[in-house]
Design a protein around this ligand. Structure first.
Ligand code: C2E
Ligand code: MG
Ligand code: MG
Length: 704
């Protein structure tokens, strides 16, 4: 029973198989037992009948012998029982109980029955060890004696044992044959259920409510499967609804967040966010002893766009402004639209006033580019920007915002399309950069600009001394110098970008070219092979007129082709338009050589380099500086690559910024013979340059 109960914990398949087999065994057992009983009863009846007949025969044959008391004859008659091997013993009794005749089979054991006459004993007596038949002997209907015959049951037992063995063998075969049968039955019944169980498992594992039961079996299994499918359908529906609702809720949250922190027109952060961000920035700067800056940006002329082109166009333009702001600024800078045409930028990275001014100048330039609205050109828009840096220009957040706002009005007052930085000296006093920027336009007219000339040498191998020599000056690079009346000397690296932004560079660049040509014409009278390199700003290539003007300057100077080389920055080569290629071609046909300055630091694609009419590559001093580090250095590999590119393009290669003999030697070793740098000479005044030219052209680089 316990075994059956424990079976419940097993699979249905196993339960069915086991129960089926138990059932089969039971049926076979009952059947076997029935067979045995049937055999026993048959044997019992046969034995009784046989003993009765034998006793009758013996009785009728021996009636006379009994009547005459003939013992011998009685024994003889009984001896005929030897023909029946089952008879163990027999006796003939006289009515008074004496024994007249007896028979005992050879070797028979008479311990089972002791044959004794008695009226009560007449009949059949069966025991496990044998059966006895007592029968009266009659003569003329009168009982004259009793015959008793005992038979052994051995042959019956043997026959029953045979039957038992046969039934057992049959049952065994039937049992074994039933095993696969029951298994199949179990499989048939359990298979659809197992599949349902597997499916349920998968659903709970994968949470895939689209799964459906595709099983059929008994009526119940079908009902179960369709119930399962209905349940899954319901689950799937609920799951989808839940997912949908969660999605909706997330969207709603995002929308709320957007509304709270973003400006719907431009997608930039809004005033609310700005407030939080500026608080955080000032608090951070105060804590770290750093800086935080804010810029107020107000568009100039925006109202006109709204009035003439409509509000949709206005929105479109505001989006473009937002795009330009984010493109120009770094990701870490916070850009917000405060409303209308007002924007604000938070710079929270400890930038100082100069860096903030650089950012402001870039923004002014970016926002002043022409705008298109749809297919139309928008009226000219620019930006006035007011900036203030915490803690340099303001001691707290409110002051910072107030002063940035004040500075913005100052920028408007001073003519718009510019920035104004509030600083310690008060709103009226301009910063150094503002001073520089404002006086840039007039610098040329006031005669504050002049040129210096840095000689360019052919480098020799030193004639076996192991130290390279600067063999001969073959040219000069003209470099612009400006000494500001109040600020003092201003580096071209500082004012050239400002002049490019303000547009002053065009006039300035033309002046540089004219000056450089005039100098060269004079110097070539004594040194006819001298060349001159002149730096050209990208702005100077922006229009056909300025190209024509440059060509005219060269033509007027009467210098031959190749005497003047224009140095362009590599970033120019990013523009591979027909227009740009055409303009460079025009410069080449006008007689200019074209050099790529600071080569290797820009973004020119090597694949397109040969489409430009280039005559010289200038290895940037960043790579020259690294030549000191020895053979394996990165700069070494790049310099070598530039020399190879130069050779492939059939262009000259010149290295700039050579400061040590090791750098010069490394360059000579890699095949770069042209060089320029403090090692040979710094940029020189005209008299110094002339003196250098007059000195012996061969000069050891280093004192021995
Ligand atoms: P650049 O054209 O690459 O000029 C080389 C700069 O390296 C010059 O600085 C020069 O003085 C400096 N230099 C020369 N030899 C050495 C050296 O051995 N070591 C170091 N560390 N520096 C050396 P400068 O004169 O301050 O000019 C800076 C940049 O300003 C120039 O770079 C050029 O891009 C620009 N620039 C100068 N004059 C003009 C000009 O007339 N027009 C234009 N558009 N740009 C100019
Ligand atoms: Mg240069
Ligand atoms: Mg350079």
């Amino acid at each position: 029973m316990r075994a059956l109960l424990s079976l419940q914990r097993h699979t249905i398949r196993r339960q069915i198989t086991t129960l089926g087999l138990v059932l089969t065994a039971g049926v076979l057992l009952v059947f076997g037992a029935g067979m045995l009983l049937h055999e026993a009863s048959n044997r019992h009846q046969t034995l009784q009948a046989t003993l009765t007949i034998e006793a009758d025969i013996i009785g009728s044959n021996s009636a006379a012998a009994i009547a005459f008391g003939n013992e011998e004859e009685a024994n003889e008659i009984l001896a005929s029982l030897a023909a029946w091997p089952d008879v163990r013993q027999a006796r003939l009794f006289l009515p008074d109980g004496r024994t007249l005749g007896r028979y005992a089979a050879a070797g028979a054991d008479d311990s089972c029955h002791v044959l004794r006459p008695s009226n009560a004993a007449i009949g059949f007596d069966l025991r496990w060890c044998g059966a006895v038949m007592y029968q009266p002997v009659r003569l003329h209907d009168q009982m004259v004696g009793v015959v008793a015959i005992e038979a052994s049951l051995d042959s019956s037992y043997r026959a029953m044992a045979g039957t038992l063995a046969f039934s057992l063998a049959l049952a065994m075969v039937a049992f074994v044959a039933s095993i696969p049968l029951w298994r199949r039955v179990a499989a048939r019944v359990a298979e659809p259920l197992s599949r349902l169980v597997e499916l349920t498992d998968r659903v709970s594992r994968e949470h895939d409510f689209r799964l459906r039961a595709n099983v059929s079996g008994s009526h119940e299994v079908d009902a179960l499967a369709s119930g399962f499918n209905q349940m899954m359908h319901e689950l799937q529906r609920r799951d989808e609804r839940l997912t949908h609702e969660l999605h909706q809720r997330r969207q709603a949250e995002l929308r709320l967040n957007d509304l709270a922190y973003f400006d719907p027109v431009t997608g930039l952060h809004n005033r609310h966010y700005f407030r939080e961000r500026i608080d955080a920035a000032v608090a951070r700067a105060a804590r770290d002893g750093g800086r935080a800056a804010m810029l107020y940006i107000d568009l100039d002329g925006f109202k006109q766009v709204n009035d003439t082109l409509g509000h949709d166009s206005g929105d479109q333009l505001l989006r473009e402004v937002g795009r330009r702001l984010t493109d120009t600024l770094r990701r870490s800078d916070g850009v917000c639209r405060l409303g209308g045409d007002e924007f604000a930028v938070i710079i929270d990275d400890d930038s100082d006033s100069r860096q903030v001014e650089t950012v402001a100048a870039k923004l002014v330039e970016a926002l002043a580019m022409p705008y298109r609205v749809g297919q139309r050109q928008a009226p000219a828009i620019s930006a006035s920007i007011g900036a203030c840096v915490y803690p340099d220009g303001a001691r707290d957040r409110d002051a910072l915002m107030r002063r940035a706002d004040g500075a913005m009005y100052r920028a408007k007052e001073r003519g718009k399309n510019r920035y104004w930085l509030h600083h310690e000296g008060g709103p009226e006093a301009p910063s150094r950069r503002q001073l520089v920027e404002e006086s840039l336009d007039g610098a040329l007219d006031r005669g504050e600009l002049r040129l210096v000339f840095q000689p360019q040498f052919m480098m020799g191998d030193g004639g076996g001394t192991g130290t390279p020599t600067a063999a001969a000056v073959f040219g000069f690079e003209a470099l612009l110098r400006w000494v500001h009346t109040t600020v003092g000397p201003v580096s071209p690296a500082e004012f050239i970008p400002l002049a490019e932004t303000s547009g002053a560079i065009e006039r300035m660049g033309e002046w540089v070219l004219r000056e450089a040509c005039e100098h060269l014409v004079r110097w070539r009278r004594r040194h006819p092979h001298l060349q001159m390199s002149v730096n050209l700003s990208a702005r100077q290539l922006a229009s056909d007129e300025s190209i024509a003007r440059l060509a005219r300057v060269l033509a007027n100077s009467g210098l031959p082709a190749g005497a003047v080389e224009l140095e362009l920055t590599e970033s120019l080569l990013v523009d591979r338009s027909e227009l740009m290629l055409g303009r460079l071609g025009q410069l080449r046909s006008a007689g200019f050589g074209l050099a790529i300055d600071d080569f290797g630091t820009g973004y020119s694609s090597l694949a397109y380099l040969d489409s430009f009419p280039i005559t010289t590559l200038k290895i940037d001093r960043a790579f020259v500086r690294k030549l000191d580090d020895g053979e394996a250095a990165h700069g070494n590999a790049i310099a070598r690559a530039i020399v190879a590119i130069g050779a492939a393009l059939k262009a000259d290669v010149i290295a700039e910024g050579i400061e040590t003999p090791a750098q010069a030697q490394a360059l000579v070793d890699m095949g770069c013979r042209r060089g320029q740098g403090y090692l040979f000479a710094p940029p020189l005044d005209e008299p110094e340059a002339l003196a250098l030219l007059e000195r012996a052209p061969r000069r050891r680089l280093l004192p021995a």
